[in-house]
Write a protein that binds this ligand. Sequence first.
Ligand code: NDP
Length: 401
Amino acid sequence: MNRVLVIGAGGVGSVAVHKMAMSPEIFSHITLASRRVAKCDAVAASVKQRTGVTIATAEVDADDIDATAALIDRVKPALVVNLALPYQDLTIMEACLKSGVHYLDTANYEPRDEAKFEYGWQWAYQDRFKAAGLMALLGSGFDPGVTSVFTGYTAKHLLDRIDTLDILDCNGGDHGQPFATNFNPEINIREITAPSRHWENGVWVEGPALAHKQVFDFEQVGPKNMYLMYHEELESLAKFHPGIKRIRFWMTFGDSYLKHLEVLQNVGLTRIDPVMFDGREIIPLQFLKALLPEPATLGPMTRGKTNIGTICTGVKNGQPRTVYVLNICDHEAAYAETGNQAVSYTTGVPAMIGAALMLTGQWKGAGVFNMEQLDPDPFMDMLNTHGLPWQVRDLPAPLDF
Ligand code: NDP
């Protein structure tokens, strides 16, 4: 029996449990828990209607270690899949240690009061997970997640030496709203407004947020402006692929989105420090989140495709080679299959795949692991068979940006 407990009933959690229900030979019993059980029940109804599988639901405040451990003890899963928010990573890891179960997430820990995400807090759990004989798999989404696996696959099969790595994340979807984010707005806006940072010759190079722009012609999407950003997988890629001289991350944004963001920033609505309003403290960014559409509601309105991939330059058999590994995902197809748009889909499917590889013992170990440390091949195979097929393209010359 492979029992799994998924925490977090947002778009990503919804996709993950739909896809788990489609592989009952791996996931024999699924429980979905979140802060509000009504959200879990709605997902469970959709899973039942789409797949015929009944999943269990529960309510939990994952900020509370004891309550989370008590739920784990009741459900008795082999693995907890954390698809709540990055704020809950450490409390859920603590609960897993307390109850003796494996752990997986898709985003690294971030404190609420500081827009700072890094693996240090979670890497600090290495000795405790190791001593307990438990595995914690960090960052099994698309980016981080698939982008790290694409890089591992490139290093294993496509290049003998990687010199540069560029991760290109394009969401060519259009939801018709003047301003909305495709995943949790608070986490999304904190990420985008942080200074840019990339890895070059052994050091981090910082720059102002969204200041370095390039046009790139994305397959099945068209030319888009993409911006140099910091993104969390850069930290683990620099650590586990120390030979790569330059690692950068780019994400596309439309002009209208950036104009809205600039105004929101200028008026202070993206601040994360408390301000007094009407006699009580509020965090402006949390207030803004309450005003914006819930990402899950964008699903039925979103048209177009995402195109996310890695471009590596390097050497193969003594010759220079540039290879692009990419996935293209259609928003409407993702919605038809799971009731969620492609940004949730491209994260929830890799979360399911990471969980499947852990439950079947294809990925195993004691301690805290990043995706780069594990064999990319079974993960790449499952991407092809579970809705995120990838392609490899040789590019004629190194990138000129
Ligand atoms: P949502 O905000 O849609 O969903 C988060 C869910 O977690 C909500 O159901 C929320 O409950 C629940 N939750 C929040 N706090 C708690 C708590 N204390 N206890 C229990 N449940 C809680 O986010 P997404 O589904 O879009 O994203 C989920 C995760 O995936 C995030 O960590 C995000 O950063 C990550 N992500 C990773 C990506 C990748 O490629 N690696 C890409 C996109 C997202 P409620 O509904 O009540 O608010």
